[in-house]
Write a protein that binds this ligand. Structure first.
Ligand code: SF4
Length: 361
């Protein structure tokens, strides 16, 4: 336990953990010690007592997908009666609703729909950018990008350059799940592999597009594999510096082929804390309310997080898997204040935006 105490002390002051030390901390440190060290580090990095959040929406423009991940309750195969693809007008109507609520971040994300051409995305992003120039298009997973590249027989780089010219500004880290081959083969065998996910992110970051990184934990991975995932992110960040934030969330098993159980609240807090300590080179750590609920999300602010994600005005993927949580701006701000912090609104790139609550709450 002496080693654990020394590792905690070092990491809480910004020192780097080795992979073995990270695994040992994750497994052996008490939750209180882990959380206290992560919180200490968070306060060193952000002494101003503020917690940020973004006003955003997630528009799931199509649920047709040919990847068939076993943990996903959202997708429908081609030809399924419940399959849908939104028209550009339908997408624009949703963006308009979100912008009217103050949204600046627009996440348009869906299945890997094999029939949609690059033109569909170019025209959609161009229309959103034209009509809503103040909105930041933070959209498409690495899997969707690769799906477009495959359909059009183009390189990922050419697809990204084309989409960026149409208005896509940054990529969310979706589709990472756990970046360990054994896990991906079991939960999403037809999805792009871990090396490909890293490669797409590397290309986007080299092109100057900011990205976030995510982790979906709690399916079939081991404790070691959770820390291995953090190690993959940390190594790419050492190389590119292109990740703005890390967002862990846990698998919701209801209505899925994979089934299983939800991670506990204690596991969620433990993952947040080890993420803050291990990812010494990623600036922001996000506590979420979408799967854990707002009370646990609030507690996450004392386990290393400096950000509370977004309002997510519309979302279907985890909702269909059984998550029933909702949160308004007022709910988020109340939760942040109750935890002893001052809520501030940010944009996708963690720049502060002013948007008084009274105008929309
Ligand atoms: S997680 Fe994404 S890629 Fe996998 S089946 Fe669902 S929509 Fe398709």
């Amino acid at each position: 336990m002496a080693d654990v105490a020394e590792s905690l002390e070092r990491a809480s002051n910004g020192g780097r953990l080795s992979l073995d030390e990270g695994v040992a901390l994750y497994r052996e440190a008490s939750l209180h010690d882990l959380g206290a060290a992560a919180h200490r580090r968070r306060l060193q990095l952000y002494p101003g007592n503020e917690v940020s959040y973004v006003i955003d929406t997630t528009i799931n423009y199509t649920n047709i997908c040919d990847v068939h991940c076993s943990f996903c309750a959202f997708f429908r195969p081609e030809g399924h009666p419940e399959g849908y693809t939104m028209t550009h007008e339908q997408v624009l109507a949703r963006v308009r609703y979100a912008v009217d609520q103050g949204a600046t971040q627009i996440m348009i994300q869906g299945g890997v729909n094999p029939v949609l051409p690059l033109r569909y995305y170019v025209e959609m992003f161009a229309a959103v950018s034209r009509e809503f120039p103040g909105a930041d298009l933070h959209s498409l997973s690495t899997s969707e990008i690769c799906g477009i590249a495959k359909r059009e027989q183009m390189s990922v780089e050419d697809v990204l350059v084309t989409l960026r010219a149409a208005g896509l500004k940054s990529l969310p880290g979706a589709g990472a799940e756990i970046l360990v081959e054994r896990v991906r083969k079991r939960i999403s065998a037809r999805k792009i592999d871990d090396d490909r996910w890293i490669e797409v992110m590397r290309i986007a970051q080299r092109l100057g597009m900011p990205t976030t990184a995510t982790m979906m934990f709690g399916s079939i991975e081991s404790d070691d594999e959770r820390v291995l995932h953090l190690d993959v992110i940390r190594r790419l960040q050492d190389e590119t510096g292109g990740f703005t934030a890390f967002i862990p969330w846990y698998y919701v098993p209801f209505n899925t082929y994979l089934k299983g159980r939800e991670a506990s609240g204690l596991e969620y807090l433990r993952v947040l804390a080890i993420s803050r300590l291990y990812l010494d080179n990623v600036a922001h750590l996000q506590s979420s309310w979408l799967t854990p609920g707002i009370k646990l999300g609030q507690l996450g602010l004392l386990y290393g997080c400096d950000d509370m994600g977004g309002t997510i005005l519309e979302e279907k993927v985890v909702t269909l898997a059984g998550s029933r949580n909702t949160a308004s701006r007022a709910d988020l701000e109340r939760a942040i204040r109750q935890a002893g912090f001052v809520p501030v609104i940010r944009d996708t790139y963690f720049k502060r935006r002013d948007y008084p609550l009274a105008t929309t709450a």
